[in-house]
Design a binder for this molecule. Structure first.
Ligand code: F3S
Length: 647
């Protein structure tokens, strides 16, 4: 923030301070019946305050009302006014500044001594008019060195008088210096009185000193105050200067780009106004500071620029980012990640610093669109190159299906996987990979074009090989596996044993006779299988699926014997009899001769498929898997028994 410095001497001088105090003192004593001959000082605020308290400002003695106390202000007045006051009979306070009164005394005495008086000053200024009023019209007012030179060239000789030169108390010391140079060296006939008030000269030299080091000077004082105007002129010679009456005017000034701001104030500026100016200035500078900081924050951003941003907030579709400019930054979810399963909060968190790339700027709306993915892409591409060299397996999400393959996003980098490298069979659509997480190997990188080609198949192949190697290392006959049925053929089912397929022969799928594996299993079924045979060289694995304990012949042997009566279901009819299922997987033959106790010509005349019959087990040959059962045996029990006994 710019430094504010107030000149060592600024504001009310001794003379003005005295005059103001005299008025206020008198107001207290004289219950408001006070009239000043002209405004007591060139300061509206003070004058207004006095007016409120009852002070009247009059232009001439004539205007005085009876009983009203007149005040001669610090500027002083000519002799004539004193006479008028005496004549009018009103009491009056002479608040003429003692330094001004000294000038009155000098010019009066020197006039009486026959000197012609030269007064450096502004002839319209009340102080100068007052001085003139003590010279008996034996004087000349000059405003600067050129008018003085003019006087010496054209009038001095004709005048034939000695000269006494005085200056208005608030005369510009610099101009006064020039004037002194214009005075001829004539010590006997020309007397020069340096009557510039010390307060004024001190204020001016302090202001000059300060303005030399300041970038901007603020000169506070009434617009009609000549000493303030002079201060302003002194300051203007050294730096940009402004003349203001009060703190409010500060808001209209350009105080930007100033490191040091100086304040000075004219003789009629009360201390409280200077204080107000100081305070307001500090406030304004703070605002400017803020503005500058803001302007700094308005720093430009460019499309494609890489910036750092802080995550300010998150919602389901975007991250709101502070990138240190006036803009509000937005990173849409699609520019945060390629992973469709993720929300912004899965990728970044509030307060986190992230590297981003500007993708779009809308200065009018103060919006900047950003991408995290693009930065990730840059970093990601380096990783991709490295992964290729190291033959590393990478993970990515399939983003798009394009002509000839798919694009997989890996660490924000799009890797092209040709259809032939996707592992998807030719007759199937690549769409099945869309948005899926895949593993791939980078097989080609074009750094200049930032293109990478990958292969999903290469990973699958490598995995398969690794699985195969692991399988053969531990595989042994009898080892049990759980595996998914991958495909079916007429002669069996192929089961994935974890990267390697084994085959369950159709005969191994069921204890019953089946025509096709699909009668027992479907693709996708998970089977518990065991290794029946291994041929490592040929890479052939024969699997068993049937379990001994499920063998229906074993079950039969354990539960049935010759002579038992069973209920059986006719499953097929032949010319020589009918097969009937005793338990699942075990059928018994009812020979045509064993169907009834009389001759049966045609089996189908008596039995039908699906029919349940009762029969007796008459013969069992487990090895040959033959069982004979007889219905007739149940119809002729005695005969049968007799026959058996006879045997
Ligand atoms: Fe007096 Fe000097 Fe002030 S002359 S009124 S003290 S500026």
């Amino acid at each position: 923030m710019a430094e504010i410095k107030t000149a060592k001497t600024a504001g009310f001088c001794f003379g003005v301070d005295r005059a103001v105090k005299l008025v206020y003192e008198e107001l207290e004593k004289h219950s408001g019946r006070v009239a000043t001959l002209g405004p007591i000082i060139h300061n509206r605020d003070v004058v207004d305050d006095m007016k409120k308290k009852g002070v009247r400002i009059i232009e001439s003695v004539d205007e005085l009302e009876a009983g009203e106390k007149a005040v001669i202000r610090s500027h002083g007045v000519g002799r004539k006014i004193y006479d008028e006051l005496v004549q009018k009979g009103n009491e009056f306070i002479d608040a003429t500044c003692p330094f001004v009164a000294r000038i009155h005394k000098i010019v009066r005495e020197k006039s009486e001594e026959g000197y012609f008086i030269l007064i450096a000053g502004d002839k319209n200024h009340p102080e100068v008019q007052g001085i003139v009023g003590h010279c008996d019209e034996n004087c000349l007012v000059f405003k600067d060195e050129s008018e003085l030179k003019d006087f010496f060239e054209k009038k001095y000789k004709k005048l034939e008088k000695k000269l006494a030169i005085v200056a208005q108390t608030t005369y510009n010391i610099l101009v006064w210096g020039e004037c002194l140079k214009a005075i001829p060296e004539d010590k006997e006939n020309i007397l020069v009185f340096d009557t510039i008030c010390n307060a004024t000269s001190q204020r001016q030299s302090d202001a000059a000193l300060l303005s030399e080091e300041a970038d901007v000077m603020i000169v506070v004082g009434g617009k009609n105050s000549s000493n303030t105007v002079k201060l302003f002129n002194v300051c203007s010679e050294h730096c940009r200067s402004y003349h203001i009456e009060n703190a409010d005017e500060l808001y209209t000034l350009n105080l930007k780009n100033a490191d040091k701001i100086g304040i000075t104030a004219g003789a009629s500026t009360p201390a409280y106004i200077i204080k107000e100016v100081q305070n307001t200035m500090a406030e304004i500078l703070e605002d400017i500071n803020f503005e500058e900081a803001l302007e700094q924050s308005f720093k430009k951003v460019h499309t494609g620029e890489r910036v750092k941003g802080y995550i300010a907030a998150l919602n389901n579709s975007e991250a709101i980012v502070d990138i240190g400019t006036k803009h509000t930054g937005y990173v849409p979810l699609s520019e945060l990640t390629d992973d469709p399963s993720k929300k912004p909060s899965d990728v970044v968190s509030v307060g986190e610093e992230v590297d981003l790339i500007v993708t779009k700027i809308n200065d009018q709306e103060g919006i900047v669109m950003l991408s995290k993915k693009k930065v990730d892409e840059l970093v990601g591409f380096d990783n991709i190159t490295k992964a290729k060299d190291e033959e590393k397996v990478l993970e990515g999400i399939v983003q798009n299906v394009v002509k000839g393959g798919v694009l997989v996003s890996v660490d924000g980098v799009k890797v092209f996987v040709p259809a032939s490298q996707t592992g998807v069979p030719r007759d199937k659509s690549l769409d099945e990979l869309l948005k899926k997480k895949v593993e791939l190997k980078v097989i080609e990188v074009n750094e200049a074009r930032r293109r990478a080609v990958g292969s999903i198949k290469a990973v699958a192949k490598a995995q398969k090989e690794a699985a195969k190697a692991a399988f053969w290392e531990t595989a042994e006959v009898g080892k049990v596996y759980k595996g998914e049925v991958k495909s079916l053929t007429n002669y069996g089912a192929f089961v994935d044993l974890g990267g390697i397929d084994g085959m369950v022969h159709i005969s191994e799928l069921s204890w019953s006779r089946i025509k096709h594996p699909s009668q027992v299993v479907n693709v996708g079924d998970v089977l518990e299988v065991y290794i029946k045979e291994l041929d490592k060289e040929a890479g052939r694995i024969s699997l068993g699926f049937k379990k001994a304990e499920d063998n229906p012949w074993v079950k039969f042997e354990n539960n049935y014997k010759v002579g038992d009566v069973v209920k059986a279901k006719v499953v097929s009819i032949t010319p020589f009899g009918a097969f009937a299922q005793i338990i699942e997987g075990v059928d018994g033959l009812i020979h045509i001769s064993q169907i009834a106790d009389q001759r049966v010509e045609n089996v189908a005349d008596v039995l039908k498929v699906g029919q349940e019959v009762e029969a007796k087990i008459t013969e069992v040959d487990i090895e040959k898997k033959r069982i004979s059962i007889s219905m007739r045996a149940l119809l002729e029990p005695e005969k049968e028994e007799e026959a058996e006994d006879a045997e």
